[in-house]
Ligand binder design. Structure first.
Ligand SMILES: C[S@@+](CC[C@H](N)C(=O)[O-])C[C@H]1O[C@@H](n2cnc3c(N)ncnc32)[C@H](O)[C@@H]1O
Length: 343
């Protein structure tokens, strides 16, 4: 497990809630109940794929991975970096489209462009024109979209495109920003050829041989088939919804706005989710502490399955903007359970 090269994560976009920091712990928990030697023969389901850290680590660890997510922003990463085990992006491809996209277009441009400073906006616009022209271009389009997503998100503090001060920067209204935020925006402005080539190399580092599929759709559908292990990492209740945080990015990618998913709401359908895992021997549920403590989550899982172990991990969620009290008390829980009879 510790043999997973850190470079396999390099291509993943920095979506919030990613489990890159916790994935070794999650795999160690699974190892306690299903030893590492058995992983080659085991199927691993990741129905809340997000930015892909869980699936990419499971693929690198040798599992047969079945990943899925409802959002196109995740499907692009799932197809491009997890289901794809061979095809890499030629860096000349994004450089070429940057050259060819300088002509004016009459189509309505996506709103996120208005939140980006000039040099980055030029790149994001050229990438968007290339992506719009290549609707059916398969893996090259997905890999190109990942490069664009990584470079666009880097423009925003905390990688959140709904940052309320992005518009002030574009308008030159620096009085309304703290100096730390201003320096973030300015530091990440230029997208040079060198930056593009480096980003392509990072994306290509996440393409490696292994066994994985990705299906865009609902978690409950993905969980219906047989599997040996599932990691459930739904959006945490009481946190900002992905649909809201990523509205501008989803629009850029041509994904129409969807309803807020119920997991972000105050009554997340966790019972239904656990019920859908009845046939899966091992399940790890990831949960936050905004609404419930560790005992509460363990009791909820215990209504459906036998809890084998639960771990609380201190977590600084958006540490730079969270209050001191939140930074001190924020915590995530990992709850490992089995579908063997409860004791
Ligand atoms: C916390 S993130 C997952 C993070 C991921 N484990 C990682 O390491 O990057 C939750 C994801 O669940 C997805 N999602 C929300 N509701 C869903 C549903 N009903 N079915 C499938 N995916 C869903 C969201 O689009 C989001 O990408």
């Amino acid at each position: 497990m510790t043999g997973i090269a850190t470079s396999v994560f390099d291509g993943l976009p920095p979506y919030p809630g990613g489990k890159r920091r916790l994935i070794r712990l999650i795999l160690a928990l699974i190892n306690d109940a299903l030893p590492h030697e058995c992983w080659r023969d085991a199927t691993f389901v990741d129905p809340f794929f997000g930015g892909g850290a869980v699936s990419i680590a499971a693929k690198a660890a040798g599992f047969q991975v079945r990943a899925g997510d409802i959002a196109e922003r995740s499907a692009i990463v799932g197809r491009g970096l997890v289901a794809n085990s061979r095809h890499r992006l030629d860096p000349r491809h994004p450089l070429r489209f940057l050259e060819s996209a300088k002509t004016d277009h009459l189509v309505a441009e996506p709103a996120i462009l208005r939140q980006l400073l000039g040099p980055r906006r030029a790149f994001a616009r050229a990438a968007w024109l290339a992506l719009s022209d290549q609707r059916d271009a398969g893996l090259d389009r997905d890999l190109l979209a990942i490069v664009a997503i990584k470079l666009i998100l880097r423009s925003f503090p905390l990688s959140l495109p709904n940052a309320s001060d992005a518009g002030h920067v574009v308008a030159g209204d620096y009085d309304r920003l703290t100096s730390a935020r201003t320096s973030h925006y300015l530091r990440h402005a230029p997208v040079t050829a060198e930056v593009i080539v480096r980003t392509c190399a990072a994306v290509n580092a996440s393409v490696f041989a292994g066994r994985a599929t990705f299906t865009k759709g609902s978690a409950l559908d993905l969980l219906a088939a047989d599997a040996d292990v599932a990691v459930l990492d739904p959006p945490y209740p009481g946190t900002q919804s992905y649909e809201r945080a990523f509205r501008l990015l989803d629009d850029y990618l041509g994904d129409p706005p969807g309803e807020t998913n119920p997991y972000s709401g105050s009554s997340p359908p966790i019972d239904e989710l656990l019920d859908a895992c009845r046939h899966i021997p091992l399940v790890v549920l990831c949960a936050g502490n905004a609404q419930m403590d560790e005992e509460g989550w363990a009791a909820l899982v215990g209504r459906h399955r036998r809890v084998l172990k639960s771990i609380a991990v201190p977590y600084r969620h958006y540490a730079a903007v969270a209050s001191e009290r939140k930074n001190a008390t924020n915590c995530e829980f990992l709850i490992l359970s089995s579908n063997e009879a409860r004791r």
